[in-house]
Design a protein around this ligand. Sequence first.
Ligand code: NDP
Length: 478
Amino acid sequence: MPKFEYAPAPESRAIVSLRESYGLFINGQFTPSADGGAFKTISPATEEVLAEVAEAGPADVDRAVTAARTAYERTWSALPPKERGKYLFRLARIIQERARELAVLESLDNGKPIRESRDVDIPLVAAHFFYHAGWADKLEYAGYGPAPRPLGVAGQVIPWNFPLLMLAWKIAPALACGNTVVLKPAETTPLTALTFAEICQQADLPPGVVNILTGAGETGRALVTHPGVDKVAFTGSTEVGKEIARSCAPTRKKVTLELGGKAANIVFEDAPVDQAVEGIVNGIFFNQGHVCCAGSRLLVQESVYDQVLASLQSRLRTLRLGDPLDKNTDVGAINSAAQLAKIRELSEIGEAEGAQRWSPPCELPVKGFWFPPTVFTGVSQAHRIAREEIFGPVLSVLTFRTPAEAVEKANNTPYGLSAGVWTDKGSRILWMASRLRAGVVWANTFNKFDPSSPFGGYKESGYGREGGRHGLEAYLDV
Ligand code: NDP
């Protein structure tokens, strides 16, 4: 239990000047949607309406793709690579200058704690632009031939869990390689993408190089199926990813998909328990568990199960849930009513299937969408909570006896995005890493991201890599 009470420490909202309504960002200008369609975006912590946002229809998608094509042919692909790099450096610097504003806006629109948007999301966004700015004039050294060519117009669709960071993962490499983009942010989190559109204006980025189309799933579908798009990049659910793969299969479009996950976080008996518990907490309760690579399946060696569980429960009692803008908050709001309903449903199924549910004592705010940190024990591999992506602050705990059993259980999933290994032995880390079918394996840490490190999945977690030298390949004609 905490030794003392925390006083409220709210971050000021004053740095954000929200407009009442936002248009689509096409060819360097904000414009209304062709049919006047619009929707509201709300704060998931309070259900307060933050702004009205235009909803792009097929005619808008067509306009944006045409603008991106013209900018690609007339401006961007013809620019000397060093000049492209200068624009990316400029975008990165403006993001740093406006970091506090972007962090507050992200927490307002998404519900994530300001501590995370301020210390993780936005610094990584800037780092991503800086990193790719450096690549722009060095592509000939990336290992893809002496003069690698861009693909053309990229249609990009991103989810709501890391709105600006996913935008950076998509836009920075695309521009560095000489492509132009049309990007659709998620319906529930459009505001930082629209602020990024303002940043493009501030950086004097040539019109049409970046186009932002707000809307729902239909807008995303119209974008990825548009015949003028050369490259599709998607992050989101496996279900939608499969639909996109099917629709692009008969076309010449190049596709990368970053989909769901059900990662195993594996704790061996020789792991430093306190450190491992911090890693477990970070693995599943960071960003309310709305993380595709979240460590949602904890595999603990049987001999230390009681000790690990007791330490974990004692640590979870100290987590603070509440106002995302409070600097002391560890667990923020669930992003939407629909996501909350999904988390509740799967948790109820977990109980009905016989697993034991536990949450620390924690008062949930009355307004908004909230779910307490939750741990399920007595989970078997057949349980749905051990197989399906819950995408919320819910951990399923399983046990193992031998390293071989740990590998078998960890790999027993249709997904393969990430995994974590906690042990004192370097040789065991390497032994495990070479057997785990996961795109990223973290050792004695979890949820560590760096723009130079490729990220992506095996199996139903998708294909293609984002970040690092490998990530460039997705945006080059190689
Ligand atoms: P979706 O896959 O539906 O959404 C991801 C993005 O794709 C959003 O921008 C969405 O728009 C858009 N989209 C939706 N349908 C289509 C389509 N047919 N064609 C093109 N684009 C489309 O995820 P949800 O937000 O519905 O979340 C559902 C579940 O997916 C979650 O509970 C979670 O399990 C998983 N998920 C996994 C993520 C990951 O990073 N691996 C990220 C997000 C969700 P819009 O938001 O407007 O609907």
